[in-house]
Write a protein that binds this ligand. Structure first.
Ligand SMILES: Cc1cc2nc3c(=O)[nH]c(=O)nc-3n(C[C@H](O)[C@H](O)[C@H](O)COP(=O)(O)OP(=O)(O)OC[C@H]3O[C@@H](n4cnc5c(N)ncnc54)[C@H](O)[C@@H]3O)c2cc1C
Length: 496
């Protein structure tokens, strides 16, 4: 086993790359990033389906410390985000520190040495003084438990594992699901497929996406005048942040946005019967609001059919509902991700043999979404309570980078070996979150990926993102228990 590294980071998406870059910039050089896949990028490496793009504007969905002024469009496409992440990793010295094809299976806190012992799938082991989980909330594709799924004789795949070898030209294609990925896929493949059938379980709210290409002079201006770039970011941030009012404070305000939805639906879906099937049966904002200018127009094509009857089974030749059988050549599962486990399926063992699964038996909890009591020197990025319905995850991640960096600095400066958030501090934070969650639109009573099986929302931040930034400005020493490594007993020379 190597000597303990200062920091080991699990995952090389936005979280892992950004965290490593900020640590390196602060002079913490002994940083290792473990990535189970063969390349960087997380979400933006895995989701290569046709039409994959972000719904937060480019200038905000990027790091404040790695400015890019030549984004091609207002909303960045997947390949451009992925190229950006590679570029950041190269320029900030992260790339040589990434160990690809290295999946963490277990991490165990060694109380004697005050280090994390990290085991990987290939049987490797390494030790870390500080362990950062940057494995995201959406990296394990979920396939639906539909009877007969494995019996299908054609081609089938999940949207996050797009089969680029499958030619859809002229084929009969089924898309199962109408969430964020599906509404990007459908308009892209509809013109190519011979016939496209879209299976909808629950209608999403889709509003127009004000996307457009940036003109050459706009890019040149932003590059020449950095202040303008900052101004543009700030303007986008403020306009997105104002939506938090509707999500977390005054859900009644969502009615204003739902007018925009109804207008979009009215103008893009002339047939009132089809329109009726596209109206969601839950309050706006309860699930993620989706942006698209071409999803509804794709649904009115004569070669596209929307099916709202529940799927009863998959057969070798296609998809069946209670009313009809749909023979298809290809099934695309746009059915989302396993979202409740955060660090699952890794085994994480903290002090006194406490596993994270046991600590989270009644739901995931972490002070500020970052530190879990009983798990010293473990920091989570994009953990519980830090997902957003209204703004850029990158802004939240950057708040977390600063907090973690503050903890790493505190460990260095004080000579302490470990810090562990106090249980009462974590409980108080958790209570505050639960109370605030009650006034949010997410608890309005819809089933969404934000929600646990027992109906609680533990993924989302129920407030303004600037409030989160303020709360994570610097770690408060009063919030932690701390200690030094226990001295290792001297080896005995012989029987006493
Ligand atoms: C299809 C899709 C569209 C999205 N669109 C938007 C959007 O429009 N706007 C927005 O704000 N957010 C969006 N998101 C959310 C997006 O996940 C975050 O914005 C952000 O990319 C998360 O970055 P991350 O680094 O935290 O996680 P990820 O990008 O998921 O990266 C996690 C990394 O950890 C690795 N990993 C996981 N477990 C292990 C392990 N045990 N060992 C080693 N490596 C491991 C994974 O392979 C992956 O590379 C979208 C997500 C998806 C899936």
């Amino acid at each position: 086993m190597d000597a303990p590294h200062d920091v080991v980071i699990i995952g090389s998406g936005f979280g892992g790359i950004g965290m490593a870059a900020r640590l390196l910039a602060a002079g913490v050089r002994d940083v290792v990033v473990l990535e189970k896949a063969a390349g960087l990028g997380g979400t933006w490496r895995d989701n290569t389906y046709p039409g994959a793009a972000c719904d937060v504007p480019s200038h905000l969905y990027s790091f404040s410390f790695a400015r890019k002024t030549d984004w091609s469009r207002r909303f960045p496409p997947q390949d451009e985000i992925l190229a950006y992440l590679w570029d950041v990793a190269r320029k900030h010295g992260v790339l040589p520190r990434v160990r690809f094809g290295t999946e963490v299976t277990e991490a165990r806190f060694d109380e004697e040495a005050a280090v994390w012992r990290v085991s990987t799938a290939g049987g490797g082991e390494l030790a870390a003084r500080v362990l950062v989980s940057a494995c995201g909330q959406l990296n394990r594709p979920a396939l639906p438990a539909i009877e007969g799924r494995d019996s299908f004789a054609g081609t089938s795949f999940h949207s996050a594992r797009w089969d680029h070898g499958a030619d859809l030209t002229g084929r009969r294609v089924a898309v199962i699901g109408t969430g964020a990925s599906a509404i990007q896929i459908v308009p892209e493949i509809a013109p190519r497929a011979g016939r496209l059938t879209v299976f909808q379980r629950s209608a999403p709210y889709v509003i127009d996406k004000p996307d457009r290409e940036y003109r050459a002079w706009e890019k040149a201006l932003l590059a020449a005048v950095p202040a303008l770039h900052d101004l543009s970011r700030a303007r986008i941030y403020a306009s997105y942040e104002s939506r938090a009012l509707g999500f977390v404070k005054y859900p009644g305000l969502m009615k204003l946005m739902s007018r925009r939805f109804r207008r979009t639906l009215r103008t893009q879906i002339p047939d009132p019967r089809l329109r009726a099937r596209l109206v969601p049966d839950y309050p706006m904002g309860c699930k993620r609001i989706l942006l698209s200018g071409d999803y509804y127009p794709a649904l009115v094509r004569p070669d596209v059919e929307l099916v709202t009857d529940p799927i009863t089974r998959i057969t070798p030749s296609g998809v069946e509902t209670g009313r009809a059988a749909y023979d298809v050549d290809v099934i695309v599962y746009a059915t989302g991700f396993h979202t409740s486990g955060f660090l699952a399926p890794m085994t994480i063992v903290g002090r006194d043999g406490l596993t994270l699964d046991a600590a989270w038996r009644d739901g995931a909890r972490a002070h500020l979404g970052i530190t879990v009591s009983g798990f010293p020197n473990l920091f989570l990025l994009y953990g519980p309570y830090t997902n957003l319905g209204h703004n850029s995850i990158i802004y939240m991640l950057e708040s977390q980078f600063r907090y973690v960096l503050g903890c790493v600095r505190a460990l260095r400066e004080t000579g302490l070996a470990w810090i562990d958030v106090r249980p009462d501090v974590q409980d108080a934070f958790d209570r505050r979150m639960r109370e605030r969650m009650r006034s949010t639109v997410w608890e309005a009573g819809c089933a969404s990926w934000y929600m646990t099986a027992d109906g609680r929302v533990v993924n989302n931040w129920p407030g303004f993102t600037f409030a989160y930034r303020r709360a994570t400005r610097r770690p408060d020493p009063r919030h932690f228990r701390a200690g030094r490594a226990r001295p290792v007993a001297p080896a005995r020379s012989g029987p006493r």
